[in-house]
Design a protein around this ligand. Structure first.
Ligand code: UTP
Length: 459
């Protein structure tokens, strides 16, 4: 049995089935169940139920492209931005922030995705690649760059253990701040809570948009502020090509007085299923592939490029002041709902699955709340090759290929011949550690012997 007050609260929220379920549990199990339910935010439950009942949000009526800067199109502007960005790093105003709380369902590997091998030859993990990029960027800036790592309750201890096992990949543990994102319950079509086990509710991570509140509630944001941090360089755990704390992007963010900046890559094709940055009914935001009408998806500019080509790669710079304004105000990001088969517990049959709705918040929904935004288009082959799927596009194989090609290109730009076959394909494997180079600018300083066809290039 549950304590009477809790039972009443459940009933008044349409959750009689949980009261009945608890009545069938042994006393110690019911106590555990009661403790789990007591941690539920009932006001939030009511909001989720309302969201379930209301139809999908109205589609935007007017969709326009957003003005964007193009990396490389204005060399003088880029170089002024680089100077500004480097000064921000040198002054300790910037922290890196990776969202690593996702479940990685499509990849299907167990454990945190950040443990997945990412480097083409050494097999260094995603976390190692990011850590070494940060080390090198910090070396250039003359000071360490703090790193926030957002985990979820499911993968937090695994993630922290992995860092500890690898001696934080050379970073000072004091510069790495772990915190967990929140979770949300899932509901069946009647608005009833699902169970994970006989004594616990089903809960799943609240999406990368949950990161803003989690930063604040965990105290991480306040710690960063105490260190003088003003901007967060936000990235996802699945993209080892990320240009870590890119000074040009940081500088452009500050010089345009932006509060929320985004990098974009041109879509591969009109039918690439990626969210696009745009102006939606007058406000900047991301429109998901399925919400972009077909005629706009296909629309082209006079120069033949897709009109809506700014594919969102979830690399952002966020002002801490903007996050503080958001988390201490009454603004709420919209709920994204996914109705799907959810593995859950059923009192009658034990482990089972049920069609239900999971809820998530998305970081880019904070964009229209910023006073100023900035979008910078960058080259996909240089900055974006995520590991999302088991095979095909955006998989470990495609990512390995892209990073080898990029590293070979850095060498070739610096005048080194990289062995290729008659079709132009690489004849050897290539990997450049982030500790050796962050980009082509670091290659010319290296003293290298000519490369041969019978040896991989590992620098
Ligand atoms: P994805 O949307 O690709 O989701 O996350 P995922 O969970 O990694 O993979 P799938 O969809 O289950 O296959 C993009 C980024 O947002 C983070 C992920 O860790 C990844 O860096 N994320 C996602 C969170 O940190 N928390 C979440 O609740 C969801």
């Amino acid at each position: 049995m549950l304590p009477e007050a809790l039972a009443q609260q459940l009933k008044s929220h349409g959750q009689e089935h949980l009261v009945q379920h608890a009545a069938g549990l042994a006393a110690h199990e019911a106590a555990r169940f009661a403790a789990d339910i007591a941690s539920l935010d009932f006001a939030l439950l009511r909001t989720l139920q309302q969201s379930l009942r209301s139809g999908p949000p109205a589609a935007p009526q007017v969709i326009e492209p957003l003005p964007q800067l193009v990396r490389g199109a204005d060399a003088a502007g880029d170089s002024a931005a680089r100077v500004r960005g480097e000064a921000m790093l040198k002054a300790g105003r910037v922290a890196a922030f990776v969202v690593a709380g996702g479940q990685g369902t499509r990849l299907g590997a167990s454990g945190p995705k950040g443990k997945h091998p990412a480097a083409a030859i050494s097999g260094a993990s995603l976390f190692q690649v990011f850590a070494e990029k940060l080390l090198h960027r910090g070396r250039k800036a003359g000071r360490a760059i703090p790193w926030c790592v957002m985990t979820s309750p499911e993968n937090d201890s695994d993630t922290q253990e992995f860092f500890a096992q690898h001696a934080f990949f050379g970073l000072d543990p004091n510069d790495v701040l772990f915190f967990q994102q929140g979770t949300l319950p899932a509901l069946d079509d009647a608005g009833r809570l699902l169970l994970r086990s006989a004594t616990a509710l089903f809960r799943s991570p609240d999406g990368h948009g949950g990161s803003l509140r989690a930063l604040h509630q965990s105290g991480a944001l306040q710690q960063l502020r105490a260190r003088g941090v003003e901007q967060l360089f936000y990235f996802q755990v699945d993209n080892p090509l990320v240009d870590m704390c890119d000074p040009v992007f940081l500088g452009r963010h500050q010089l345009t007085l932006s509060e929320f900046s985004s990098k974009a890559v041109p879509k591969r094709a009109a039918d690439e299923k990626v969210g696009v940055l745009g102006r939606l009914d007058g406000a900047a935001g991301v429109i998901e592939y399925s919400d972009l009408p077909a005629h706009l998806r296909e629309a082209r500019d006079a120069d033949g490029q897709l009109r809506f080509r700014a594919g969102n790669i979830a690399v952002h710079v966020l002002d801490c002041a903007f996050i503080e304004r958001f988390v201490t105000g009454s603004l709420q990001l919209p709920w994204h709902r996914a109705r799907k088969e959810i593995p859950c517990f059923d009192a009658a049959v034990g482990n089972s699955s049920r069609v239900g709705t999971k809820f998530e918040l998305f970081i880019f929904d904070a964009m229209p709340l910023a006073q100023r935004i900035m979008v910078m288009e960058v080259e996909r082959r240089v900055e974006f090759s995520p590991i999302k799927n088991r095979s095909g596009d955006d998989s470990p194989d495609s990512c390995r290929r892209d990073s080898m090609e990029l590293h070979a290109c850095w060498l070739e730009r610096a005048g080194f011949a990289v062995p290729r076959d008659a079709t132009g394909a690489l004849a050897v494997r290539v990997e450049i550690s982030p500790l050796t180079a962050l980009g082509p600018e670091d290659i010319s300083a290296l003293r290298l012997q000519p490369f041969t066809r019978n040896q991989d290039i590992l620098l």
